[in-house]
Design a protein around this ligand. Structure first.
Ligand SMILES: [Zn+2]
Length: 104
């Protein structure tokens, strides 16, 4: 069970790294990158993206844990999804607030 859990955690970490790498490549190649966007807004968008990718990967890991009937891991991952959702909401709120305040 511990081996299985380690494998799920390793695969989760690997996929998170891949997602981030893929996102960076798209971002860096994007035509809208550069002076057009306010750097603070860019940072806040990056933050929201990071949380959303984490939620996606945590949700996938939770689905795997459900399939493996690993109740303890399901509970733990579910809690992490909840926390990540809260962080995403705050990040999205900060982004909207910045756009309103800054008019960017
Ligand atoms: Zn701005």
């Amino acid at each position: 069970m511990h081996t299985e859990r380690r494998q799920i955690e390793q695969s989760l970490r690997k996929r998170l790294e891949n997602s981030h790498a893929a996102y960076r490549r798209v971002w860096e190649a994007g035509p809208s990158r550069g002076a057009v966007m306010c750097p603070q807004q860019q940072r806040l968008i990056d933050e929201v993206q990071r949380h959303l990718l984490r939620i996606a990967e945590l949700s996938r890991a939770t689905a795997e844990a459900v399939a493996h009937r690993n109740e303890n891991l399901v509970r733990e991952l579910d809690k992490q999804v909840e926390l990540a959702m809260g962080e995403k909401e705050r990040a999205l709120g900060a982004l909207r607030q910045h756009r309103d305040d800054h008019g960017c």
